[in-house]
Design a protein around this ligand. Structure first.
Ligand SMILES: Cc1cc2nc3c(=O)[nH]c(=O)nc-3n(C[C@H](O)[C@H](O)[C@H](O)COP(=O)(O)OP(=O)(O)OC[C@H]3O[C@@H](n4cnc5c(N)ncnc54)[C@H](O)[C@@H]3O)c2cc1C
Length: 391
């Protein structure tokens, strides 16, 4: 991709030099415009040229988009266990595949992967499974190499990845190698009825607006998807499908050597809970987090927090909900002392019932609440705890 200046058309008027905001155009001794390495390919010069001598050439390579079909979900595993996000992606993938009338394939790499048929039960039509000792630990280079080769060979139209730390690291490598786009941290995916393109929606500009991104010129269309946002389907053990075991030639990648893995996060994952008590700055102090935890415990749930509480050291990061934390979809979410900033709300969109307690009747959290309680959240929690303890 780049700016190309047709010398046979260029009249040396210099209009393009004035239009360029990057200082990327110069006039040669021969009297033609020429582009230098400051070019950011914004295309301003193309529009400015009065004689149509400048073109922004897009590198489409052999990417004949009509040859690409089907939806792939990259099903990440850890120690042979398929991660929950794979099932969430398959739920959405099934919906997308049905609206396109195309097949849904789960792609899983690992060693001794347990129960790959669960991917079929979760909605996949088929599974591509590379099971080899060299793939035991998710590693960017071998995984991206393998997936890239598969994409070149089988040409899927859409590839979805979980926005796990690994997915966020591997997917851009694949996108760059394949020469296609990638939308990170999507919260909404849908098929455009007219164009059949994948509409990939994610928070943008610090979460202050939602941007919908399409990838019309290259394939596959690729997105990483936030965890806990897309509901998995109920497993259907009657579903059948082909599990294709791929023969792979293990490659040697010397740039990175895995010496050991250490699990840093201990304890439960809040995305697995049906009931969450979510605390914001309105709880007032670290000491008051004991009240939040006690209520969560009595309800048989767990607790989440807004980002300032993590920043203040009142809670661990794995409890943070929102754009830069995790997305949750409990049956019941009790929000206490949370204002409801958009960056927070993007993480609770999947909650079925939201009860919000805030002293400010105009707090934005009430805009997404099913039950709004204007009042002191500490009093509210203490009263609930007292009643639950009486039982
Ligand atoms: C790029 C970016 C990413 C971000 N990511 C996240 C994220 O992932 N998650 C996240 O949460 N935030 C995130 N934020 C921060 C976000 O913008 C807000 O600042 C944050 O969510 C506010 O947290 P809060 O609601 O706890 O605090 P505040 O906005 O200070 O709200 C406190 C609320 O408590 C109420 N209150 C006070 N006392 C009481 C009481 N006694 N009883 C009941 N209510 C009371 C107040 O009326 C107020 O509404 C991000 C910001 C940016 C710019």
């Amino acid at each position: 991709m780049g700016i190309v200046i047709d010398k046979s058309l260029c009249i040396g008027c210099g209009t393009c030099l004035g239009a360029c905001g990057s200082g990327a155009l110069e006039m040669t001794d021969e009297g033609f415009a020429a582009v230098n390495d400051q070019c950011v390919m914004c295309g301003m010069c193309v529009d400015a040229c009065p004689v149509g001598a400048i073109e922004l050439k897009k590198d489409v390579g052999d990417n004949d988009i009509s040859a690409y079909h089907g939806i792939w979900v990259f099903a990440q595993q850890s120690e042979g266990e398929i991660l929950p996000v794979a099932f969430e992606l398959l739920g959405k993938g099934r919906e997308l595949a049905d609206s396109l009338g195309e097949a849904l394939t789960a792609v899983c790499f690992g060693s001794n992967v347990k129960n790959p048929e669960k991917l079929i039960h979760a909605g996949a039509d088929s599974v591509l499974l590379a099971d080899d000792a060299s793939l035991a630990f998710p590693m960017d280079l071998p995984y991206a190499d393998l997936l890239t080769n598969l994409i070149h060979e089988r040409k899927p139209a859409i590839v979805l990845y979980g926005a796990t730390a690994f997915g966020r690291s591997m997917a851009p490598r694949v996108a760059a190698t394949v020469g296609t786009g990638l939308t990170a941290d999507c919260t909404i995916l849908e098929i455009d009825e007219e164009t059949k393109l994948l509409r990939q929606t994610r928070p943008a500009f610090g979460g202050n607006l939602m941007a919908t991104i399409i990838c019309p010129n290259t394939r596959p269309q690729m997105a990483t998807v936030c965890l806990g946002v897309m509901p998995a389907l109920e497993p259907n053990t009657a579903r059948t499908g082909n599990i294709e075991r791929l023969q792979i030639k293990p490659q040697q990648f010397d740039a990175v050597k895995l010496l050991n893995t250490i699990s840093e996060i201990t304890g439960d994952n809040i995305i697995d809970y049906d009931i969450l008590v979510v605390a914001g700055k309105g709880v007032g102090s670290k000491e008051n987090m004991k009240i939040v935890k006690r209520l969560a415990e009595l309800l048989g749930g767990n607790y989440g927090v807004s980002r300032p509480l993590v920043d203040a050291g009142w809670a661990e990061y794995q409890h943070q909900i929102g754009q830069t934390g995790c997305s949750v979809s409990p049956k019941l979410l009790i929000s206490v002392g949370v204002s409801g900033a958009i960056q927070h709300l993007s993480g609770i969109g999947g909650a079925q019932t939201v009860v919000a307690v805030n002293t400010d009747p105009d707090a934005p959290i009430f805009g997404v609440a099913d039950y709004a309680i204007v009042g002191d959240c500490i009093e509210f929690m203490q009263e609930m705890i007292a009643q639950l303890e009486e039982k």
